[in-house]
Design a binder for this molecule. Sequence first.
Ligand SMILES: C[S@@+](CC[C@H](N)C(=O)[O-])C[C@H]1O[C@@H](n2cnc3c(N)ncnc32)[C@H](O)[C@@H]1O
Length: 302
Amino acid sequence: MQTLLEYIVENISARNSLHGKKLQGNLKKFDAEYFTRAEQFLTKYVYLLQSQNKTLDYAIDCYLQMIADINYETVQFIHTGEYSSKTFDEVNARVYNNPEVMEYYVHGILMSQFLWAHHYGILVFFNNIIRENCNQINRYLEVGGGHGLYTSEAIKIIGDKTKYDLVDISQSSIDIARLMINNDKVAYILSDIFKYDADEKYDFITMGEVLEHVEDPGKLLKKLFTLLHDDGKLFITAPTNGPTIDHIYLFKNADDIRKVIHSAGFEIEKEFIIYAEDVPADIAEKNKVTMMFAGVLKKPKK
Ligand SMILES: C[S@@+](CC[C@H](N)C(=O)[O-])C[C@H]1O[C@@H](n2cnc3c(N)ncnc32)[C@H](O)[C@@H]1O
């Protein structure tokens, strides 16, 4: 019997053969645990989509629309060396505050967590970090949760006793995160993170792929510094050279990201780097291949 993953890759390949080939190549890199996890995730996803009168074909449409957007932005990026959007106001109007775009975009990103080897690699790294820290997490915050997969994974590992908050600027993201996490104990907060204040400091903050969405990533990290407990940990991810419809701050390499982290007062406890294409690092850097940076940050000891 065909698995959900096979169904998705077959359908994507029929509609975009070049991208389909890339996904088929990705599947060859994964281990047995990946296939079990992907099928578990997709089974839950299909069930949740059905609860909204949507189907897996709808999610495939969303994913392919996101890929078309990325291809368009990539052509611009190769031509100009810059991201096409420059300001928060531009992407707020074009994406976060535009339900039609945000809906397909967030479902597209969600699918990519299991279809792209580099996104899956980051997810595995995140799971390991949560496992290492789970005994010290009473207050958990996710910033820019988007599809909510990270908080959903964190709850599976840490359990229900922790208090979870998820802040996102987009109502569409909040709606999809609420659906995916499917847990009423999580507080879903519609807010710009810069305007958000909490009654207590957090032990763990997760912020996947938000740093490149703001005009001043250093200011964003400084804001998270104030929200984090002195012994707390901050998990971040950010791409270099990753053009898409709502990226405005261009990190050209991992050092650009490290500099911003240090300028905000954080130390890097651990980091993990993975390229979007399976090529040696020097070739990837030279050709501006997208790289994902994941870091576990902490405050220096007083
Ligand atoms: C690319 S998605 C990331 C989704 C998920 N965290 C991940 O790693 O795949 C970026 C998310 O950040 C949210 N976001 C962007 N700027 C924000 C801000 N200033 N405050 C809160 N959320 C923001 C967007 O609405 C979107 O849901």
